[in-house]
Design a binder for this molecule. Structure first.
Ligand SMILES: [Mg+2]
Length: 177
């Protein structure tokens, strides 16, 4: 029905191409090859590290080293602290953008332009469907939803888990319908 089409479009836009239910380092080289990806644009907070941490864990560091030879990597974060994202990107020796305002397309599109790859060959990897998955799908990228690299038991972490559970419910209800 015509009047339902905006809702149906939104459901399509929030559905990741791949849901890992695991941290980012389970996105293996085999999966990258299987889906024909040549680039990855990564969210930072709760994707590579907790949002009050400055160092990635050894698993993430090793995963980045494994990925570097097989695909281009860029960071695109919504974090308003440019200095925080800059410091993390410098340690990892990766190009970055902060204050991206995902699901706005501007910053991710800029990162794609620099990669000079078709959007369909670039994975948009993040922990949130309403920012990371949505922007990736809007740009025709291959969207990958992952879990944060840690178990957050803080009050604030609990709150973001509530949002994440609600987002998972949205995806599941979309898959059923
Ligand atoms: Mg995030």
């Amino acid at each position: 029905m015509f009047f339902l089409s905006p809702v149906m479009n939104l459901q399509k836009l929030i559905k990741p191409n791949l849901i890992l239910y695991k941290p980012i380092w389970f996105l293996t080289a085999d999966l990258i090859k299987q889906y024909g990806l040549r680039g990855l644009i990564l969210d930072v907070d709760d994707t590579l590290l907790g949002n009050n941490e400055l160092e990635v864990c050894p698993e993430v560091r090793q995963w980045l080293e494994d990925m570097r030879p097989i695909c281009q990597i860029s960071l695109v974060s919504n974090n308003f602290s440019h200095s925080r994202i800059q410091a993390i990107a410098a340690k990892l020796n990766l190009p970055f953008r902060s204050r991206a305002a995902k699901p706005s397309r501007r910053a991710v599109r800029e990162a794609l332009t620099i990669m000079d790859l078709p959007a369909s060959q670039v994975g948009m990897v993040g922990d949130r469907i309403l920012t990371d998955t949505l922007v990736g799908n809007r740009l025709g990228m291959f969207t990958i939803l992952i879990q944060p690299p840690y178990e957050d038991t803080s009050w604030l972490g609990g709150r973001s888990q509530v949002v994440r559970n609600w987002e998972s419910w949205l995806i599941k209800s979309e898959i059923k319908s």
